[in-house]
Ligand binder design. Sequence first.
Ligand code: FES
Length: 107
Amino acid sequence: MTVTANFMTADGEKHTVTVSPGLTLMEAAVSNMVPGIEAECGGALACATCHVFIDPTWLSKTPAKSDGEIGMLEFAAGVQENSRLSCQIKLTEELDDIVVHIPSTQY
Ligand code: FES
C-alpha cells in the first residue's frame, strides 16, 4: 500500500507524490524534489524550513502539534492557523491524498 500527498505551490502548480506509509510529509516532498521544502535540519525540529499550510479540508484529520512544533513554528514566515512543520506529520492511510500548500516565501 502507498500513500499519496499533494503539494500545491502558490501559483497553482500541483506536485503529487506517492510514498510508503510511515514517511513524513517532509520526507515525501524531499525525496520527490518538491520545490520549497528545504528541510535544512533533516526533520530534527530545528529549522522551520519545512513549513506548509494544511488545506482546510484536511485540518481535522491531521494529528495535533507537539509543544516542540509549536515553538519552532514561531520561526516560520507568515504563520497561519493551519501552519504545520511537514517533518512532524507522518503519512498514514488516514492521510492518503492529503493536500498541503507551500508558502510562497519558500521558493
Ligand atoms: S525539517 Fe527542520 S523543522 Fe522540519
